[in-house]
Design a protein around this ligand. Structure first.
Ligand code: WT7
Length: 653
């Protein structure tokens, strides 16, 4: 390994040759893979268990069950455990509303709220194993409801508040949720998002829902269904102040979170209680080097896995102080985030490359008014960070004194998998590389046959051993679970990502290898978009590709053929775009819609995605020697020329 290639992050991560070889990290990683059960049992003892496990791991591929027979409760880890100590008066959550309101919850306030919300759910008849959907803006009630569900053994599904009624209904119906919690509305750039109305529309399509709990946020008048709807505030009037936590078997699901895959239907990723918490508790310490006095801010929405693990379960299980911000990053001005960092003295700041690129583009003037000297560590997540954005983040936000942890993980992995680990040992950084796998993670880059590739070659990232944060299953669809993750490589987890290891062993994550896009750090399947687009009455056929986007990483490009009699027009383009927003949500908004005469297809009827991608991004077809049973080189070229010639934007139409 070559030390000179590391970045000099003064003080914290010196490019001091004495750092090499990475002694502590290497020793710990080796030990964790030599005897995973011993290693993870030691980590698990850092949590409080009602009952110790009988076995650390049952590995019956493709199912791993961790800490079998052990009993614990997630809300106990995140609240009760701290109120027994001085942390009862420590800040748990600094909440900042979009309009600048502030609420501060101490651990004892959090504890009390979790108990009372749990009592509300219980009184509505929610019990162990029942499913509760949470469709809420970024208000403290969201993490409190998650912990309240966990307390009574109910399984939560958080639905990102940008999703449409149809998306809510799909998820709620899949798990047969009994209760939905929503708010009268949420704020986004000063505007109100009518969450209650959207929920009502979803409830019409979701017969399993017995009760809608409404959190008051905006105070606006909302439609009301007597008998079904209830204000949280009135339910709290009768709530008990103490609810005994349910001792949950380690492999009882803690939550289900939907994510996109290669088919039209999002998959319900099921996470466990014990394995998930143990993994996140440890990973959080290794990656963020969390200290009692840290103020941790992860800017993700709680509706994504980053929010579940890095806003709620990992930080709170450590008794850390977190910041929770309700609104948009650029509201009312582009320095809102820097203002928040200064206001709360944030020490660890964790955000996405998309956000970094957005701020980079808007210039440094927004930073000048603010004192960011509290920052000690920066994090990046959700998509590859390009070296230019990395350098800007390092220089202008971290003032060249904060290491950047580029953390690679997925909804399915539950927690961070590949990342620098300042909590174990300073690792010299290379901008754009997530560096090394965490202890317990046996990551490898392989070719299509599963053969490990030599350094410098791009292949598929797989994980060769189960780890405690690993998903339990896809809800209601074990077949899909096997197919998506375990069918390509025997007994190895297939990530769906391209990766490469360099000559120093560093991992470089290179984006999705499947038909899934990553738009602004959010995963969205091409099939999901195509299914939604085709439900528009004028559309005959659709295909989605992406084009590179300077800020969002990837942008959605939709190719459409129209039904007979329909004519391309700017209005129709707008309508189709609106339709996608309505069916999925604003994250599905295409950047570009092209009306084409026909889709480029192979003789077997498969759409030639490579052709679409090249046309969408205005690039040439590239190297055609690696064509895999797509079509002949000539056919691909012909299809490319034809599509380029016929694609029309409405302006030209
Ligand atoms: C996909 C997972 C838990 C993260 C939030 C997104 C991409 C994630 C990185 C990174 C390069 C990354 C991968 C992965 N990704 N982090 N640091 N560097 N790519 O979770 O929605 O489940 O998406 O995001 O492609 O497969 P997700």
């Amino acid at each position: 390994m070559c030390p000179t290639k590391g970045i000099n992050t003064a003080g914290h991560l010196p490019t001091d040759t004495r750092l090499w070889p990475l002694k502590r990290y290497t020793e710990m990683h080796r030990r964790s893979l030599d005897d995973p059960e011993k290693f993870w049992a030691e980590e698990a003892r850092k949590l409080d268990w009602y009952q110790t496990w009988e076995r650390v791991l049952d590995w019956d591929p493709p199912y791993a069950r961790w800490f079998v027979g052990g009993r614990l409760n997630a809300s106990f880890q995140c609240a009760d455990r701290h109120v027994k100590t001085w942390r009862k008066s420590k800040v748990a959550i600094y909440w900042e509303g979009e309009a600048g309101e502030t609420r501060v919850l101490s651990y004892s306030t959090l504890f009390r709220a979790v108990n009372r919300f749990a009592s509300v759910l219980k009184k509505l008849g929610v019990s162990k194993g029942d499913k509760v959907a949470l469709y809420l803006p970024m208000v403290p009630e969201l993490p409190v409801f998650m912990l309240a569900c966990a307390r009574i053994g109910a399984v939560h599904t958080v639905i990102f508040s940008g999703f449409s009624a149809q998306s809510i209904a799909d998820r709620v119906n899949d798990i047969q949720a009994k209760v939905i919690v929503t708010a009268d509305g949420g704020y986004r750039r000063g505007k109100i998002i009518p969450l209650k109305e959207i929920t009502d529309e979803a409830v019409k399509l979701s017969p399993s829902v017995e009760k809608v709990i409404v959190v008051k946020r905006t105070g606006e008048k909302v439609p009301w269904t007597e008998g079904k709807d209830a204000w949280l505030s009135s339910l709290l009037d009768d709530a008990e102040s103490l609810v005994t936590p349910e001792p949950m078997e380690s492999n009882h699901p803690l939550y289900i979170l939907y994510t996109s895959g290669t088919t039209g239907k999002p998959k319900g990723i099921v996470h466990s209680t014990g394995g998930y918490l143990v993994y996140n508790h440890s990973a959080y310490q290794w990656v963020f080097d969390i200290k009692e006095e840290s103020v941790f801010w992860c800017t993700a929405d709680v509706g994504w896995v980053t929010g579940h693990s890095s806003i709620v379960y990992a930080p709170l299980s450590h008794g850390a102080a977190i910041v929770l911000y309700e609104g948009a990053p650029d509201y009312p001005t582009l320095d809102r985030w820097w203002d928040i960092i200064e206001k709360y003295g944030v020490t660890i700041f964790y955000t996405s490359p998309t956000a970094v690129r957005m701020f980079m583009r808007s210039g440094e003037k927004w930073l000048q008014k603010h004192d960011l000297s509290s920052l000690e560590l920066l994090g990046s997540v959700g998509e590859p960070i390009n070296p230019e954005a990395w350098q800007w983040y390092y220089k202008h936000i971290g003032k060249e004194k904060c290491p950047i942890v580029d953390t690679w993980w997925q909804t399915e992995t539950g927690g961070i998998m590949i990342s620098p680990t300042p909590g174990i040992e300073a690792i010299p950084l290379k901008p754009g590389s997530a560096t090394f796998p965490l202890p317990g993670i046996d990551a490898s880059v392989v070719d299509t046959n599963g053969k490990e590739l030599p350094t410098g070659q791009t292949g598929y990232l797989i994980i060769k051993k189960p780890w405690p944060g690993m998903l339990l299953d896809i809800y209601g669809n074990p077949g899909r679970y096997r197919r998506a993750y375990w069918s390509r490589y025997p007994n190895s987890y297939y990530t769906g990502d391209f990766a490469m290891r360099d000559e120093d062993g560093y991992f470089w994550l290179l984006g999705r290898a499947d038909e899934v896009l990553n738009v602004a750090g959010h995963r969205i399947g091409t099939a999901e978009l195509e299914d939604a687009a085709i439900s528009h009455p004028a559309v005959a056929e659709t295909a989605v590709a992406s084009k590179p986007d300077e800020i969002k990483g990837e942008a959605i490009v939709l190719f459409v053929t129209l039904k007979e009699g329909e004519l391309p027009s700017p209005t129709l383009k707008k309508e189709i775009s609106q339709h996608l927003r309505k069916v999925i949500g604003p994250i599905a908004t295409p950047d570009e819609i092209y009306f084409v005469e026909s889709m480029p297809k192979t003789r077997s009827g498969k759409i030639m995605r490579r052709v679409l991608k090249a046309v969408a991004s205005g690039q040439s077809l590239g190297d055609l020697t690696t064509l895999e049973n797509e079509a002949s080189v000539e056919e691909v070229k012909r299809a490319y020329e034809k599509l380029k010639g016929t694609k029309s934007t409405p302006k030209e139409a």
